[in-house]
Design a binder for this molecule. Structure first.
Ligand code: 28F
Length: 645
């Protein structure tokens, strides 16, 4: 081959590879949801998690001890690790620097596109190209073997080839990217969202230090997290505002083949079950085989311990729910080729993990209980009490059921129902206060919109047993109107409305009601949230009037923009601006036009994460412990309205 021929060959080959790369990343830009779940705030935050995950993989490989995340002014993100640095040498397969390949070649098996999932440790660089494709610009710096290597991209394309830009005495990788505002609904990062998720990753990777800094405000905000105790400390953290029944967190762990499992748990004096599970550091809110194995073993161990020491009789066993009343448990498993199933691909399907977790808990929890008889007795007492309460609750439910069977359609008095019967077409507005309820009833489209007004302070769900909640006069109408029961009997197929819309003012009281309802749904009707049936109505904040012309605005920015629009070319025109003090102040037609008309309203879908946050807020605000409540209120008082979801 002549030199020219060789050059041509190389050029064609390189051209083909380049085209493939562009096609790959173009696919990401065409259908971003396939790769990052959505283009809403959740997808935006996902970009950070993808980059951080790669740094965590380097930590799992044993080469990185610190990861620092910075939200820069202008909303770009920097992630830095002190690992080995992504290799920069030419890869024989591609003829390109490994660093370039990591950021430009789409790796097979996207998280959300089905197919395989990455396995922790070993698949470095997965997702980096996706982040690159969705960034207006991205720069990566690698400190390695004394040199700083740098490369830059824009929307997936190379803007600066790899080059040495300086000397260094450390190793590591730093990635800075600006999310592409052409791809996302919003490009504003939320500190608390990133902070929560990074803290979770710090708990799951014992000893790894993860820090977060927000440089956007006048004062930088930051936190540095490192937990030597790993998931044990996670349990302590979840229970921090609860009263634990035993001081020490119980911890068991084991491995088989390539798989490992660890479980930490502690009981508290409340009645709710908090089970948080992960597979390969990925949260599995839908549960799966690891949770199934845990539950089965826990129930078996408590019953056999109880039988052995005469606390339980053969025909009087405690149920799984009894055993989990007031438990906080974190389960973390690691395995190769994790199968994620279910509606949101958040349920672990690998059956051998059930056996692994079951065996670990059966063996080690039994030993623990034998060695700690006082703790064991306390747990057994708790399960036995739960068992008696459950029996009482069942009887109470049956009596209510009988009453409603006799009374015919036993819908709540306050409910203004709609005409349509098909739940797929109907909406229930849960409205704060009687006067707003009146406006909503007059303003609604009664063909498909039902109104349920709630008023006054609701009960403290945290400290009340399930049987009490059922009979509560504030929540009972919600339960009855939704028609799907609650707790272990909740059946989403019986739901009478497929949109459950919470409509409350944008003030502290409104935020309170939202928090209560979300906490209630989270604890007693979780599938409602998991399957996306719950929404918050978004009422406007301002009304603008110029002559006969009126408009509304949902934020200060919109108010200013609309006001300018209404003035048009006439700088002297007077636009009157008034603030809506509350929903009750709007007349029915205003409420319909701004907040209820499906063609013009804004609804905010409530996620499980929103509800988990509400549950935390609720625990602190309503819990028995006075100190954390005081601290919380002092810290958050200035943000009271931000408690909105
Ligand atoms: C801020 C984000 O992405 N850190 C990373 C490494 C280290 C290696 C690696 C990454 C090589 C060719 C795949 C180094 N030395 N932080 C990060 N640190 N990727 S990503 O290798 C990637 C492979 O393609 C690394 C030896 N082996 C691996």
């Amino acid at each position: 081959m002549s030199e020219m021929e060789r050059n041509n060959a190389v050029e064609t080959e390189y051209g083909a590879a380049e085209i493939q790369v562009l096609e790959g990343l173009e696919a990401v830009r065409k259908r971003p949801g396939m790769y990052i779940g959505s283009t809403s705030a959740s997808g935006l935050h996902h970009l950070v998690y993808e980059i951080v995950d790669n740094a965590i993989d380097e930590a799992l490989a044993g080469h990185c001890t610190e990861i620092a995340v910075t939200i820069n002014k202008g909303n770009s993100i920097t992630v830095q690790d002190n690992g080995r640095g992504i290799p920069v040498d030419i890869q024989p397969q591609t003829g390109r620097p490994a660093l370039e390949v990591v950021f430009t070649v789409l790796h097979a098996g996207g998280k959300f596109g089905g197919g395989g999932y990455k396995v922790s440790g070993g698949l470095h660089g997965v997702g980096a190209s996706v982040v690159n494709a969705l960034s207006e610009w991205l720069t990566v710096q690698v400190h390695k073997e004394g040199k700083i290597h740098e490369m830059s991209f824009s929307r997936g394309g190379i803007t600066k080839e790899i080059a040495i830009v300086g000397d260094t005495d450390r190793n590591g990788t730093t990635v800075t990217f600006m999310p592409d505002d052409q791809m996302f609904d919003t490009v504003e990062y939320d500190y608390d969202t990133l902070h929560d998720r990074l803290r979770q990753q710090a708990f799951l990777n014992a000893g790894l230090r993860i820090s977060i800094t927000d440089m956007r405000g006048d004062e930088p905000k930051s936190d540095s997290m490192c937990y030597e105790g790993g998931i044990r400390e996670y349990v302590t953290f979840i229970n921090k505002n609860k009263t634990a029944l035993h001081e020490e967190v119980i911890y068991v762990s084991g491995m088989k083949g390539d798989s490992t499992a660890e479980i930490a748990l502690q009981y508290h004096d409340g009645y709710n079950e908090t089970l948080v599970s992960f597979a390969n550091d990925i949260h599995t809110p839908e549960g799966g085989m690891h949770e199934t194995g845990f539950k089965a073993a826990l129930t078996r161990v408590l019953n056999s311990y109880g039988l052995k020491y005469g606390m339980i009789k053969e025909n009087d066993k405690v149920t799984g729910d009894d055993c989990r009343e007031g438990i906080t448990a974190v389960i973390s498993v690691k395995l190769t080729e994790a199968q994620f199933e279910g509606q949101t691909k958040a349920k672990l399907g690998n059956a051998h993990i059930r056996t692994l977790v079951d065996n670990i808990v059966s063996d080690q929890l039994m030993v623990y209980m034998e060695e700690h008889p006082q703790v064991a007795r306390m747990i057994l007492d708790k399960a036995l009490t739960a068992n008696r309460a459950r029996e009482a609750a069942r009887k109470a439910r049956e009596s209510i059921r009988r009453k409603s069977a006799l009374g015919g359609a036993a819908m709540p008095d306050k409910l203004r129902d709609c005409n349509e019967n098909n739940p797929e077409l109907t909406e229930l507005y849960i409205v704060e206060g009687d006067s707003a309820g009146g406006s909503a009833t007059d303003g609604r489209d009664s063909r498909f919109q039902a109104i349920l007004p709630l008023w006054g302070k609701m009960l403290n769900v945290e400290r009340v047993r399930a049987d009490k909640i059922y009979g509560n006069d504030k929540l009972q109408p919600v339960i009855v109107a939704l028609g799907a029961g609650l707790g272990e009997e909740f059946d989403v197929n019986k739901l009478r409305y497929h949109k459950v819309i919470i409509m409350a003012d944008a003030d502290v009281d409104g935020s309170h009601i939202r928090t209560l309802l979300l906490t209630f749904f989270f604890r007693y009707m979780r599938p409602l949230l998991e399957q996306g049936y719950v929404y918050a109505a978004v009422p406007p904040l301002y009304k603008l009037t110029r002559g006969k012309n009126t408009r509304v605005a949902f934020s200060d920015e919109e108010r200013d923009r609309v006001s300018a629009e209404m003035r048009g070319d006439n700088p002297n025109a007077k636009v009157e601006i008034s603030r809506f003090k509350g929903l009750g102040e709007m007349d029915p037609s205003e409420l319909w036009e701004t907040t209820m008309d499906p063609t013009t309203r804004t609804l905010k879908q409530i996620t499980l994460e929103d509800a988990i946050r509400a549950d935390e807020v609720f625990t602190v605000l309503m819990g028995e412990k006075v100190e954390p409540r005081k601290a919380f209120i002092e810290e958050k008082a200035k943000y009271a309205v931000n408690l909105d979801f």
